[in-house]
Every structure is written in C-alpha cells, then in structure tokens.
Design a protein around this ligand. Structure first.
Ligand code: NAI
Length: 263
C-alpha cells in the first residue's frame, strides 16, 4: 500500500460526525477534525458549545428516532459519512450497591446504547462510503481506562465502558470486510468540564485534583486535545491498517507500575 504524504489537512473534505461534540473531548475532536479539513457535524444534547464551523445537531443519544434523524441530516448536509466518533457519555460514582435498576439503566442507555444507536444509524451511510474508500472509513468510540483497570467507586460507569470495549472489538470483526475500521480510545482522567463538575462536588476540590493527578504516572491530567489527537489518528488515513484496537491515552496509568518516590 502506498504511503500517504504527511499533511496538516489529511481530513480534507471528509464528512465526519462527533457525538457529544459540544464539550470536552468531543469538542476538541470536532475542532481538530475541522482544522484538518473535515466537514464536521456535532450531535449533542446541548449543541451550544459545538466548535465554530461545525454543523450543530441537537439530539439525545437515548432517543433512537432523534439519533436516526440527526445522523441522516448530517449525511445529507455533509455529503455522506466517512468518520464517526461515538463519544457522548455520562458519569456515575459509586459501588455496585449504590445504584438502583433505574440508574443502571439510565447510564447504560447513554454510555452503551447511545453508541449502539449512533453506530446503527450511521452504518448504512458509512458502508456506502466504504464501497468507494475501503479502509478509509472509521468508527472510533470514546471508552475509558475504567474498562481495563479496577477503579474504586466506578462500578456502573466501568461496566458501561467495559461493554463499549467489547462492542468495539466485536464490531471491528463484523465490519472489517466491509472496509470499515472500528477502534476506541481509553483516556485516563481528562481535564474537561466533566472533571470540573466532579471536583466541584468534592469536599476539598484541590485535594481531589491532586489525588487525580497523582494517580497518573505523568503527574498531571490528560488534555482533551491529547485525546483528540489519538482519535484523529485512529479515525484518519494514517491508521488504515488499525482496527479492533484500544489506544490508551492515560498518562501511563494502565501500563506502568511506579515505585513511590522520585525514581
Ligand atoms: P463532557 O461532559 O465535557 O462532554 C460530554 C458531552 O456529551 C456534552 O456536550 C454533553 O452534552 C453530551 N451528552 C451527554 N449526554 C448526552 C446524550 N444523552 N445525548 C447526546 N449528548 C450527550 O465530558 P468529557 O469528559 O468530554 O467526556 C466525553 C467522553 O469521554 C465520555 O464518553 C466519557 O465517558 C469519556 N471519558 C472521559 C474522561 C474524563 O476524565 N473526562 C475519562 C475517560 C473517558
């Protein structure tokens, strides 16, 4: 396969849809794809924060009809779909005993079924593009380190992200022969409005932030732009041989075991 020359505009003209693209990781991803030439639509519950120059579509990923309408509109206005980023998600703090069935269903409805609904609605559009550009069509899910490491007080959230990881692998197998690649990113703790809200609820926000930073071997939170770069790699032309992969963007949190102290 011939090597693509490096280009700052490697998504030129590529129609892309980012869910949860009006804040945090999704907004950074939508902005980066647009900067690199993509035509970008943002699907969000509250699309006011969608980056300038993107098509902002209001939809709740728990509403199948609304998702289908938004995905179809994005494809109609952008001229098809080539890149899908399934990123919308919500948090949940607690042990397995702390939430009743309705809370389990609410979080799984957004974090897991929200991705299922968007992928399902987008696949016919992606398949049409893949017939012309096999291997250049991609779905990238925002998963989490919570899928691969046991974090305290995250039973429900982790279960939702573990399901996203398994879904990613199964979908990668199902769609590889159609020329559609499916991957996910596994961020550590990322400095987004979400984490800001989490800190806002803590008894001592400064101590809580220090603890979150110390948990990552790099000693700092991950930037939303750093996750966006990883998503753009997986979604883009340079990753044409990459499918069924979970790319950790976690400051070393999953893979490293440091000793206490400076060395
Ligand atoms: P955020 O809260 O800054 O942004 C999430 C966006 O999703 C918001 O614009 C929100 O309106 C949208 N959204 C939420 N529920 C929705 C729904 N039902 N339908 C449509 N849109 C909806 O959060 P952040 O931090 O950017 O998180 C994005 C993704 O990254 C989530 O899937 C989250 O689980 C994941 N993640 C976040 C980490 C972090 O530390 N911030 C770490 C690992 C994963």
């Amino acid at each position: 396969m011939s090597r693509q020359p490096y280009s700052a505009r490697d998504f030129e003209g590529v129609p892309a849809l980012v869910t949860g693209g009006a804040s945090g990781i999704g907004a950074a991803t939508a902005a980066l794809l647009a900067e690199r030439g993509a035509r970008v639509a943002v699907l969000d519950l509250d699309p006011a924060g969608a980056p300038p120059g993107t098509l902002a579509l209001e939809a709740d990923v728990t509403d199948d009809a609304a998702v289908r309408a938004a995905v179809d509109r994005a494809a109609a206005e952008l001229g098809g779909l080539q890149v899908l980023v399934g990123n919308a998600g919500i948090g949940a703090a607690g042990t397995v005993e702390d939430h009743d069935d309705s809370e389990w269903q609410r979080v799984l409805d957004v974090n897991l079924l929200g991705i299922v609904r968007t992928d399902r609605a987008a696949l016919p559009h992606l398949r049409r593009t893949a017939a012309r550009h096999p291997g250049q069509v991609s779905i990238t899910h925002t998963c989490s380190i919570a899928a691969t490491a046991g974090l305290p007080q995250r039973a429900l959230y982790s279960a939702s992200k573990g399901a996203v990881l398994s879904l990613t692998l199964a979908m990668a197998a199902d769609h590889v022969r159609e020329g559609i690649r499916v991957n996910c990113v596994n961020p550590g703790t990322v400095d987004t409005p979400w984490v800001g809200r989490l800190l806002g609820r803590a008894d001592d926000p400064t101590a809580e932030r220090d603890a979150l930073e110390a948990r990552q071997p790099t000693g700092r939170l991950v930037g939303a732009e750093e996750v966006a770069d990883a998503v753009a790699y997986l979604a883009g032309p340079r990753a044409s041989a990459v499918t069924g992969t979970a790319l950790a963007v976690d400051g070393g949190m999953q893979g490293l075991r440091l000793r206490p102290g400076p060395r």
